[in-house]
Design a protein. Sequence first.
Lengths: 523, 190
Amino acid sequence: MAAPYDLKDDSVVVIIGSGAGGGTLGNELAQKGIDVVILEAGARHEYEEFTNNEWDSFGQLAWVDKRTTSGDWRVARDFPNLPAWIVKSVGGSTTHWAGASLRFQDHEFQALTHYGKVKGASLLDWPITLADLEPYYAKAEDKMGVTRTNGIAGLPGNNNFKVLKAGADKLGYKDCHTGNMAINTAERDGRMSCQQTGFCFQGCKWGAKWSTLYTEIPKGEQTGKLEVRPNSMAQKIEHDKSGKVTGVVYVDKDGKQQLQKARVVAVAGNSIESPRLLLNSATSMFPDGLANSSGQVGRNYMRHTTGSVYGIFEKPVHMYRGTTMAGIIRDEARHDPSRGFVGGYEMETLSLGLPFMAAFLDPGGWGRSFTSALDQYVNMAGLWIVGEDMPQEDNRITLNKNEKDKYGLPIANVNFNDHPNDIAMRDHAYEQGKALYEAVGATRVFPTPPYPSTHNLGTNRMSEKAKDGVVNKFGQSHDVANLFVSDGSQFTTGGAENPTLTIVSLAIRQADYIAKEMSAKTI
Amino acid sequence: MVTIFNRKAATRDAPQPNDKHRLSRRDLLKGGTVGLGAILVISGSSIIHPEFAWGLDTSNLKPETMVTLIQLARDIYPHDHIPDRFYAIAVKPYDAKAGEDAETKKLIEDGIADLDKRAGKGGYIGLGWEDDRLAILRKVEDTPFFQTVRGGLVTGLYNQEEIWPLFGYEGESYSKGGYIARGFSDIEWL
């Protein structure tokens, strides 16, 4: 009994995006009796509709609206119009994510304090600490059913994990296990357990992996206080003369422009689209874009320092069988500048099917060096590196002055240059990954370049002072009291951990704050 | 109309003239067709693989161009255990596209003509050693022609479900209940 709200109803909270941030916030508010409309750019595909086929699934779920790229990152050369591999569908990228649910480490919330000033980096401490977020991490882990929390058993290790674990043991790593995953090991919360199908990135057809699509959203809808409007692409946030936001202009499923009035607006369109929306909402009162008096909207774009290492062995591994991220090594996640860089990185198993391996192993590669690797597909094991990258002012989302979308609004350009710290970290991780697989007998190892970004962070960052960022410690705009940012774009720094658990925790915390401020009538 | 067709190998003694795709090898050879390399045979607008029983019609590209494209596809992504027909399927869409788009037609025909010119007498396909062909490809690898063909192959070749088993990739698994009871943790050599 999803509640349909009137376009003129200016008592609703309008949330833009239905992923980890928007979907969670929507349900949390609805549970508190607050009326919510979620505008989701993508269509609604229930999990039965997902497909175990990489390219077909990409066509079904991925955000493929054109973007442009610049900067020295290899993605700009290999995938110039696909800087990010994220989702345009109800549930957002929680349909596609692998399920890794890690808490930030204490020091990562105070990166500037612990790392010191790093040349060329715009490091800043978060305005919150781990202690502030711990109660919300606990709620999020329970909500999402994260393994190795709340008495939930870890997932069984697949072949890819077993190779990783054997290498970790040989290298003397101590903190290696099958991860903290938002994937059911047993039936929980009305969802069944993991069947080791191996298509986590294509959407879990069992519903075993947590996604807002079949948890938060239907739960919110059941309250009668949440309406999700699919195929609704937000274009512009409107405001009144006092500078308060009043509604969201969007294009509906029939291609018609609509205005949904709002009491509060929360932006959760992921770290490329969220700043684009704020920048496209510029008016004479806010000439540089909404919430942008600091000039920080779109800046400090982070994508995690990533890369993969694949090893070829003499005998079969069948890495594609079972959960895609089947295990983790956390020993390198510490901050230890003696390695030649600040911050740390995680190593997590990863597998791609043959079609995506061909596309991502060495984009642009050809000839026998490339094909002889694919010939050994069955004998391959793989891991993904995810580490903290340095925020930089000029790594940023801007509006492309020359290219517009089909509705006439400027598209986003994503500019990114690797920081020397990012490169040092990636090189270190490549060496460790290579050593790990060679320790188990790999005959050939591939340091594979970063894929289009899955962890897009930081472009509307949280800051104590209004001049340093876009939002305060509750994700509330420094400039506009009834405007919030609810996705990973509010991250002040990236940490080494997969961001979803932190996004969900922040959304739960933000819901408490919004409810409190609404009842106090401050917003 | 472009078709890839698999056919039963025709016997030499029983040509079936009513079906132009079911020509015997002898008919092809004596009918003034051109044999290229040792494998593919061109007959009119058809390319026929007489030993392994498949063929391909071209409508917009020259059949010789298509034969060279197939070789080029193999040289870009050589898998010795993958038969020619999969490479043919991967490059076949260029024939249809050439009919819709004059620029594509020019890109492909000119690109192939350039390879032939660089190869000299006998053309690209006449170069018997892969290394000799690769020496040419390294000179053209940054051209739009090469990059178009290479880029198209990434999906055109590797997204053919029929070749996945040849790489040991098992594809869709949901309908089989995933791998929970089918070897997700069956590694024994560690």
